[in-house]
Design a binder for this molecule. Structure first.
Ligand SMILES: [Zn+2]
Ligand SMILES: [Zn+2]
Length: 321
């Protein structure tokens, strides 16, 4: 079967509003689909990652009480190869995006998180991420297996192993990002709606909202920022900045693949697979397992980084729709 690909938008946004071209930022949709990938160095969600045998496995900075007495090892979530990201761009790969995703000559990015619930009273149970960049050729003696995951609660954040089908798409700023650009008042919907309907090509704002910004799990592009920030150092009313004052760029959004509206993938079999997953989960099943078709609740996890500072620090933000 052909890999899942984004279908054309219902409205030609760029044709209606050619000025939007200046605001395109390519994104790479991951299109995860359940499947175990044996190759340690391959792009994937979950499963075994490429990790040097002589490099300590990272642990959570919070000293969890572990049944086996150890610091909680981070849980491997995602690994993406630069050559796969390059191929996702087809005839027009975006080299600026590739340079951002794979800094300092790296060709493999890895993301982990702590699988434990950090606060029992967390209404929004999304984990904090840790990122690693490396060169595949440097790992001459890889570790055989990740540390065994010791379940702490039924609400551990686990990931069903997935094959990735990377696709580069053109992302436009989400509706909420225009607050920054147009310095709209705190409740800007009327202003933005009037501008989109009246002055800017007659596109209703709800269509722009649904189709401008790719949903699901993606690298780069514009963050699909929603109604409210529930965790993180930033507000929706100011562009996120690093301590040195540089505007941060969007590195990743991790979100449900199920409700992707206009961005439902083709061919139809893929769309059906996304929409027919077992939601709601059976009674008693873990509710925070992240997998395609599985539910993150009403929340999205966004990760930002600074393109100008060399420390490769990342910032997490969680929003609620
Ligand atoms: Zn932890
Ligand atoms: Zn910076």
């Amino acid at each position: 079967m052909a890999p899942p690909r984004s279908r054309p938008l219902s409205v030609d946004l760029l044709g209606r509003m050619p000025w939007l071209r200046d605001h395109i930022r390519p994104a790479i949709r991951l299109h995860p689909r359940p499947g175990l990938v044996a190759d340690r160095a391959a792009s994937k969600l979950g499963g075994e990652l490429l990790w040097p045998a002589d490099e300590p496995w990272p642990t959570c900075p919070i000293p969890h009480v572990d049944p086996e007495g150890d610091r909680a090892p981070l849980y491997p979530v995602m690994q993406v190869r630069r050559d796969d990201a390059l191929a996702a761009g087809g005839a027009r790969p975006d080299h600026a995006l590739l340079d951002e995703l794979f800094p300092a000559g790296s060709d493999l990015l890895q993301m982990m998180w702590c699988s434990r619930l950090h606060r029992d009273d967390d209404e929004v149970r999304l984990p904090s991420t840790a990122w690693f960049w490396r060169r595949i050729a440097d790992v001459t003696a890889p570790r055989a297996r990740a540390p065994r995951h010791v379940p702490a609660t039924p609400k551990d954040y686990l990931v069903r192993p997935c094959v990735l089908h990377l696709e580069q798409v053109d992302d436009l700023p989400h509706f909420s990002e225009w607050e920054y650009e147009w310095r709209a008042p705190p409740d800007p919907c009327d202003v933005l709606d009037t501008r989109f309907r009246g002055e800017l090509g007659g596109v209703p704002s709800e269509i722009y909202c649904a189709e401008s910004t790719a949903p699901g799990i993606k690298l780069g592009g514009h963050p699909p920022l929603q109604q409210m920030v529930v965790r993180g150092e930033f507000s929706l009313h100011e562009p996120p900045r690093c301590p040195a004052g540089h505007r941060l760029t969007h590195l990743l959004t991790f979100n449900d693949e199920r409700f992707v509206d206009w961005w439902r993938p083709t061919p139809e079999q893929w769309a059906a697979e996304v929409n027919d997953e077992n939601w709601p989960p059976p009674e008693g099943a873990p509710v925070s397992v992240c997998e395609p078709g599985y539910h993150f609740g009403d929340t999205l996890l966004h990760v930002f980084h600074c393109p100008r500072c060399a420390d490769q620090r990342t910032w997490d933000m969680v929003t609620l729709t």
